[in-house]
Every structure is written in C-alpha cells, then in structure tokens.
Design a binder for this molecule. Structure first.
Ligand code: PMP
Length: 388
C-alpha cells in the first residue's frame, strides 16, 4: 500500500530529532526553525518529556473517561497556574480541529444561535465547522458549506461593528487567531480584540480565541490575546501543548456551564497525552520559556529587520514572518537543500519561523548567518532592478 502524500512539500526523510535539530536517514543534520509547524514547544524529544511519558506508559496508557483520571485533574491545575486562567474549566481532546469544533459547538449550545463570524485568511482546521470557518474554499467539501459563517476582513473594526449592528442577535460566536499562522503571520490589533470583546458582551455572542498555533507561550505570553488585556470566553489549544504528542483542549470561562453530553471524546485526556502535556508545562515553568520566547523572538525580529532584501518582518515571540520578493523566490528551498534549515511558508510569498521556545541564541545566530549568506548568493546571481 502506498502512503497518501498529505503535504507533498519536500523529499526529506526525518528519522531522529533532538532540541532544535532533526536528522535524516543519512545522518544529515537540519536546523529546525519550523518546529514541526509550531508543535515543538520545549524542544524535540526533551529528556523530561520522554521520562514522563515512559513512566506513565509503565503504569497505564489509557482508560476511558467513565472513571476519574487523577492525571487530568493534575493537568488542569497546572495549566490554570501557568496560563493564569485558574477559574476556567478544561476539556481535553486530541487536535486543534477538534478543539475548535467543540468550541464552536459549545457556543451554539450555550446561546442557541447559529451564526459564526470568522476572518479572511483564517485557518481553524479540517473538520466540519472548523473547516467551514477556514478561509480556503479548496479545503471545504460541499457537505461542509454553510451560510452560517460570515467572513469579515481581519482587523477591520468598522466591518465588525456593521455586522453586529445588522445581525448581532443571531451571532453565536466570533472565532479569531490572535496571530494568524497559516494566513501568513498577521497580528490582530489590540484594539480589534478589545472591540470583539465589547461587541460580544453587548450582543451575547461568545469570543473564541483560536490559540492552536499562537498560544501556549509562543507569542511571548501564554495567549497572544493577553497582549490586548482581554479574556476570551473559550480558548482553543493543541500543537505546542504536547510537544509532538497529540493533545488538544479548550478552556471554558466560568460563566459558561456546559451540560453533560455537550462535550466528549474517547481518547481526549488519555493518560499518556496528559503526561506529555504535564512535562511541557513543567519545562515551560522551570526554564522560564515563555519569557525567553518573548526575548529571543524580539532579538530575532530586530536582527531580521536589518537583513537587506526581505520585507515586512513581523511577529511576536517566536512566531515570525517576512515577505520574500520575487528575486529571492528560491530562498526557502535553498535554505533547506543547501543549508539544511527548515522554515515554514504561507502563500503567496511568506516565510514563517516557528522554532521551539527553547531555541538557543547561538542557533538563532546560526540561522541568521545562513539566511544572510543565501540572500547574498541569490542577489549575486540575480541582477537588481536598478542594474537592469
Ligand atoms: N487552528 C490553527 C490556528 C492552526 O494553525 C491549525 C493547524 N495548522 C489548526 C487550528 C488545526 O489543528 P490540527 O491540525 O491539530 O487539527
């Protein structure tokens, strides 16, 4: 049987990983500035993460949610402490799409409404409601198409206000990434998030903060929405939560009281995933990685701003993007194949950097040197427009 190529992007076979490096089958080492798409939070195969999963595996890997599982309670307590959302409730699931699916559904259960506001260039996942709120018609199957989702321009307060004025009584929820990831590293203005908060309060809609990519400390704060000083009604999480072990979750504000049956999933909160997630929180806290991500991100951002040739350098913490002009269009490919550096991309011409929050300063410097070297080489062979 052949494996379906889900993302046919490159032909590199990765077999080993540690910290911010991965290795292919021939032993070639790559610097990982992509973090497996923002999944690697504390570093690949972190020793404490490995130890916690192994310890748990020897005790019990899984039992159904029909009994009390103390490790879930332990995770909820620790997550409340590290995120500062101690009064929220945690529901555990297995992925980002599942987290968003449940958040959107829960909001609809709570206020009995059907309409959802989402934003241009959003990405919320590939299950039915998650994909319906994703601004990419190519991944929405006919069965997922619905008139219940209204797409508005990101950061456009006027459009948002007009939409609420026209149909506020029907809006169940607003779902927004504090920093759009797949859409190309676009940062929500603090005033925009505050506007969402006040309109949701005024009209009885729920504010869903999709923090699957920009959450869990990546932005330099636990949730990127924290920069705006707002509390969402529901936060959704996955990716960095397990550092590579599949786990997702939603945080539910204290005023929302889910009833039995509204939320549920067989594997959500399994003991192995909880052990992995607890190890992540332990390391985030012990090594002060959220603050480190903020500072290292600022350093990387400032150094990138001084690199000639790339444009619109932007980001927060270790979620950074820049535009690649036409004369450097081979940059990402060359970084990978000539310099063994993984980076991410977003259409049409954005390079995304999403390294582990534990990336060392010298690895950031290594990346910057290789980037500059490659830009110089590409510029040397491509005459600039002034010279033509
Ligand atoms: N939300 C955001 C912001 C994402 O970036 C992603 C994944 N790229 C998802 C949701 C979906 O997560 P998953 O692939 O774990 O379902």
């Amino acid at each position: 049987m052949k494996l379906f190529d889900v993302y046919p992007v490159n032909d590199i076979t990765i077999v080993k990983a540690q910290g911010s490096y991965v290795w292919d089958a021939d032993g070639v080492q790559y610097l990982d500035m992509y973090g497996g798409h923002a999944v690697i939070s504390i570093g690949h195969t972190h020793p404490l993460w490995v130890a916690r999963i192994e310890e748990q595996l020897e005790k019990i890997a899984f039992y159904s949610n029909s009994v009390h599982l103390p490790i879930q309670k332990e995770l909820a307590e620790k997550l409340g402490k590290v995120s500062g959302k101690e009064d929220y409730q945690l529901f555990l699931c297995n992925s980002g799409a599942e987290a968003n699916e449940n958040a959107l559904k829960l909001a609809s259960f709570v206020n009995g409404r059907k309409k959802i506001i989402a934003f241009n260039k959003s990405f919320h996942g590939r299950t039915s409601l998650a994909v319906a709120t994703t601004d990419n018609p190519a991944i929405v199957a006919p069965v997922n198409q619905t008139d219940n989702v209204i797409f508005l321009p990101y950061n456009d307060e006027k459009a948002l206000e007009a939409c609420f004025k026209a149909q506020g009584g029907e809006i169940s929820s607003v779902i927004i990434e504090g920093i759009q990831g797949v859409g190309g590293i676009n940062i929500a203005a603090e005033s925009f998030l505050q506007k969402i908060r006040s309109l949701c309060d005024e009209y009885g809609a729920l504010y869903i903060a999709d923090s699957v990519q920009c959450g869990y400390g990546r932005s330099g704060k636990f949730f990127s929405h924290d920069y705006a000083g707002v509390n969402a009604d529901i936060y959704t999480m996955a990716k960095g939560m397990g550092n590579g072990f599949p786990i997702g979750g939603i945080l539910i504000a204290p005023h929302i009281k889910p009833k039995y049956g509204m939320l549920g999933t067989t594997f959500g909160g399994n003991q192995l995933a909880c052990a992995a997630a607890l190890a992540v929180l332990e390391v985030l806290e012990k090594d002060n990685l959220i603050e480190q991500a903020r500072q290292r991100g600022m350093y990387l951002l400032n150094r990138l701003k001084a690199v000639k040739g790339i444009e619109n350098v932007r980001g927060r913490g270790l979620m950074i993007g820049f535009d690649v002009p036409e004369d450097l269009k081979d940059l990402k490919k060359n970084l990978l194949y000539k310099h063994q550096v993984f980076t991410g991309e977003a259409k049409p011409n954005v390079i995304r950097l999403l390294p582990s929050l534990a990336i060392a300063r010298k690895q950031v410097d290594e990346f910057l040197d290789l980037l500059q070297e490659e830009i110089n080489q590409l510029k040397a062979v491509t005459p600039s427009t002034e010279e033509v």
